[in-house]
Design a protein around this ligand. Structure first.
Ligand SMILES: NC(=O)c1ccc[n+]([C@@H]2O[C@H](COP(=O)([O-])OP(=O)(O)OC[C@H]3O[C@@H](n4cnc5c(N)ncnc54)[C@H](OP(=O)(O)O)[C@@H]3O)[C@@H](O)[C@H]2O)c1
Length: 353
């Protein structure tokens, strides 16, 4: 049995539909009985539901009863995720989420040993961008002893959900982490911009705090990891000037007010994002090399792919007889070649130098 927590949100609903398509046994969970009831009535298998609130820890234990896998979509994870991970690792229940909040993922090291002792895995960031790049990076490392690596995300037409917006604000506020010269250090986010070459032309990008800053060094002996996100030409210029101040501002009382204002805004994002293209560049260099090599991933529909990836990982973790333990990255669970094939069937293309 799978328990899908945060099922009533934008991503949760998409994952529920994916679990239905795959015919996997699951139940839904969230903080509102009415919204869960309503969601269940629209899903073909009419899944059972559980009411649990991430901010009321006494309501959480039932999430971990009679379940092999907890899929968590209740974000921002910086505020709502840690107790859920802690309980999963204590209960020995496999855990998967859709975060890309670097500070949150970094803190999960604390639960690595507990998860190993209780024979379960903790898999944060099993969402479109991190999962795709993580599996591609695993393939690169099979061939090259990479020391320097960068990842650039280009998602030009994506309407981001409110949940993503709130997570980005929390990440900007709390994820002040970089990885340089073989160690993690404190870095104010978004302080640099650069240009990168995509199939549609050159684009400006700013440096962002993204999960790879933790997950790549967690797995491989690298020296430097940088993650970038494309922005307009104007933001390429103003971003590194303004965003580090904005990140500092978000740590003040006034920042809490901005966050509450964003959280209270009603906004709807089109359910179908299948026509929104994306391109991911991965640059890598071995110790002695001067020139960068590149891998490239292209596809469409970032949110729909997040649901496909979570559904595939859920299928894999229920069917597989031998599962990893402890804090892992997507490529530890998902075998690269099978994953590439699965993603290829969803229109995702991978190319390697
Ligand atoms: N990395 C990626 O590519 C990627 C892709 C998709 C999503 N995400 C992340 O996934 C998360 C969800 O995104 P979304 O777009 O689905 O956001 P959303 O539509 O705002 O959904 C948030 C979900 O969390 C639930 N929730 C909020 N507070 C809760 C609490 N105290 N206890 C239990 N549940 C609570 C909400 O319940 P209600 O319905 O009751 O409000 C809702 O189900 C975000 O953090 C986002 O950044 C990442």
């Amino acid at each position: 049995m799978i328990t899908l927590f945060g099922a009533t949100g934008y991503t949760g609903r998409k994952i529920a539909r994916e679990l239905e398509l795959r015919g996997l046994p699951y139940r839904i969970a969230g903080r509102s009985k009415e919204r869960l009831e309503q969601l269940s009535s629209t899903l073909p298998s009419r899944p059972a539901f559980l009411v649990a609130d991430a901010q009321q820890s006494e309501t959480l234990p039932p999430l971990f009863k009679d379940t092999q896998l907890l899929i968590n979509c209740a974000g921002p994870f910086t505020d709502l995720g840690e107790k859920v991970v802690q309980m999963a690792s204590f209960a020995g229940v496999n855990y998967l989420d859709t975060t890309n909040e670097l500070g949150f993922v970094y803190r999960l090291q604390t639960y690595h040993q507990m998860a190993k002792t209780n024979h379960c895995f903790l898999l944060p960031a099993c969402a479109f961008e991190i999962a795709l790049s993580d599996v591609a990076i695993a393939k690169i490392f099979q061939k090259h002893p990479v020391q320097h690596l960068y990842v650039v995300y280009h998602t030009p037409q994506t309407n981001i959900s409110k949940g993503t917006r709130l997570s980005a604000l929390r990440s900007l506020t709390t994820s002040w982490i970089g990885f340089q010269d073989g160690s993690w250090s404190g870095v104010v986010p978004a302080g640099k911009s650069a240009q990168f070459s995509f199939s549609t032309g050159n684009r400006y990008a700013i440096q962002i705090p993204s999960t790879e800053i933790f997950s790549i060094p967690w797995k491989y002996p690298v020296r430097n990891v940088e993650v970038w996100m494309t922005v307009s030409r104007e933001w390429g210029f103003w971003g590194p000037v303004l965003l580090p101040y904005f990140a500092r501002f978000m740590r003040s009382i006034a920042g809490k007010w901005i966050y509450s204002l964003t959280a209270s805004r009603r906004e709807s994002v089109p359910e179908d994002d299948q026509n929104n293209p994306f391109e991911i560049l991965i640059g890598f260099r071995e110790k002695t090399e001067q020139a960068w090599r590149q891998a490239r991933i292209t596809g469409k529909g970032p949110y729909s792919l997040t649901a496909k990836i979570a559904g595939y990982a859920a299928f894999f973790s229920l069917k597989s007889s031998s599962l990893p333990e402890g804090l892992i990255t997507p490529s530890t669970l998902l075998q690269p070649e099978a994953f590439f094939e699965e993603m290829h069937s969803q229109g995702v293309e991978f190319s390697f130098d």
